[in-house]
Structure formats: C-alpha cells, structure tokens
Design a protein around this ligand. Structure first.
Ligand code: NDP
Length: 247
C-alpha cells in the first residue's frame, strides 16, 4: 500500500471519478476527507471505506459556496491538514453560447473555476507551511480543444489548466506539487448535468457512443494514483488520458 499515513481531500466524491478515486486511494491506505452536496452518498461511501480500516471524514459542501469551502478548510486545518487535494467536483450543462443560457454559464463558472480556487485556497496555506503537499486539479481534454455547444465548459477547463500551471510554478519553492489531469470521455453521470434536452441527447448518442468505448472512472483514478505516488523529486504536471478511439 502506497499511501499509508497520507490524508486526501476529494471533492465531488459522491459519484464518478471522485468516488472511484476515493476507493482507490483508500485501498492504498489513505485516510480521506470526502465532499459533495449529496450527503447520503458520502455516508454510504464512508461506511464502505471505514470497513477497510480507513479514517473518513465527511465534509458536505457546495464548492461554489465560498463560505462553506472556507469552513471545510478550517475543519481540515483543525485536523492537521491534508497531504493531497483531488480537486474534482465539476458540472457540464453545455449549450450553444448563442442560446444565451446565462444561469448555466454561471453554474459552470462558479463550480468549475471558483470551486477549484476555493478548494486550493482552503488547503494551500497548510501545505506550504508544512512544505509538502500535492494538488491534483481535474480539468479535461476540453482544456485543449473545444467544439460548438462546449464553449463555456471548455472555457472553464482551459481556466483550470491555466490555474494548475501557474500554481505549479508558484508553489515549487514551497514543496507543493501540482498535477492537471485531463480526461477524455469517461462513463459517469456527467452528461446528466446537461439541461438542454437536445444537446444532452446528442452528447449521450455521439460522445458516449458504442463505437467509442469510454474510459471508466477507475482509469482516471489509476492515473491520479500514479501522479500522487511518485518520488518527491518528480512532478507529474499534466496527464491527458483519453479513450483509445477518441480523436
Ligand atoms: P459526475 O457527475 O459523476 O461527478 C461530478 C461530481 O461533482 C459529483 O460528485 C457531484 O456531487 C460533484 N459536484 C458537482 N457540482 C458540485 C457542486 N456545486 N458542489 C460540490 N460538488 C459538486 O462526473 P465525473 O466524475 O465525470 O466528473 C468529475 C470531474 O471530471 C469533473 O470536473 C468533470 O468536468 C471532469 N471530467 C469528466 C469527464 C467525463 O467524460 N466524465 C471528461 C473530462 C473531465 P454532488 O452532485 O453530490 O454535489
């Protein structure tokens, strides 16, 4: 087991990539702080992981709520801090920009960009003080490419990638490593967050189609585990992981 004695905070741990990563890091010996809005799912996951002998602290929070995220940060600091942050919570209610669905733009910006920054801010000071830590931001292949309807989502993920790279450079001298993980299509609940009916149906039909076997959440969790278990002199700065058939 590679993570005995380490504690990781995972946002968006109630499903998909976050949940799979919680399971894998716990199997490798890590204690966890798990966050999301659906508290009952966190309770179930905590029960499962505590049965492995791990300590699991549940910190339900909306990542877009600055005050709530500050409170999680205070809770974590009071418990001695975390070694690893998996900054994973995200949403994808995509639609054409020309449709002007401003509420959905704001939801993506608040969750995918501000939420990522609030989580960093909640743990970075403690990591810098202890001169060790690892922040893993989950951006996307959409941090490198975009297509019609994905403009605002891709904008948020380009932002996460830029934030990751900037933080990496700033944090070097404080002993804090930063990794930006860029998944391609992964079979999770993410497309269900698309509110626009036609776009949701099209995404499910095309992007998550049978001809392109998707990644599983565990495939991304494996990449994350690789990044967080390298020797101290190694920084895995970016990981782009896509389905074999995704262009
Ligand atoms: P899921 O929808 O399965 O998981 C999203 C997680 O984020 C859930 O646990 C959800 O929990 C949480 N979440 C969403 N909004 C909020 C919020 N406002 N506050 C707190 N938690 C929130 O999707 P994935 O596992 O696929 O997504 C994880 C990350 O991976 C996201 O950042 C996504 O953009 C990224 N990604 C996914 C890809 C894919 O193809 N699936 C491809 C590239 C990147 P709850 O609803 O309980 O709050």
């Amino acid at each position: 087991m590679k993570l005995i004695g380490k504690t990781a905070w995972i946002t968006g741990a109630s499903s998909g990539i976050g949940q799979a990563t919680a399971r894998l890091l716990a199997a490798e010996g890590a204690d966890l702080v798990i966050s999301a809005r659906r508290e009952e799912r966190l309770q179930q996951l905590a029960q499962e992981l505590r049965a492995l002998g791990r300590q699991v602290c549940i910190a339900p929070a909306d990542v877009a709520n600055r005050q709530a995220m500050q409170q999680v940060g205070e809770l974590i600091a009071a418990q001695g801090g975390v070694d690893i942050l998996i900054n994973n919570a995200g949403t994808m209610p995509i639609s054409p920009i020309i449709n002007g669905r401003v509420d959905e733009w704001e939801q993506m910006i608040d969750t995918n960009i501000k939420g990522v920054l609030y989580a960093i801010n909640a743990v970075y000071p403690g990591m810098a003080e202890r001169k060790q830590g690892h922040i893993v931001n989950i951006s996307s292949i959409a941090a490198r490419q975009t297509y019609p309807s994905a403009g605002v989502y891709a904008g948020t993920k380009h932002a996460v990638r830029a934030i990751s790279e900037t933080l990496r450079k700033e944090a070097i001298r404080y002993g804090v490593r930063v990794t930006d993980v860029q998944p391609g299509a992964v079979a999770t609940e993410l497309p269900d967050s698309i509110v626009h009916d036609k776009i949701r149906a099209a995404v499910k039909e095309n992007m998550y189609a049978a001809e392109m076997p998707n990644l599983q959440a565990e495939d991304i969790a494996n990449g994350i585990l690789y990044a967080v278990t390298q020797p101290a002199h190694v920084d895995v700065s970016e990981l782009l992981i896509r389905p074999m058939m995704q262009e």
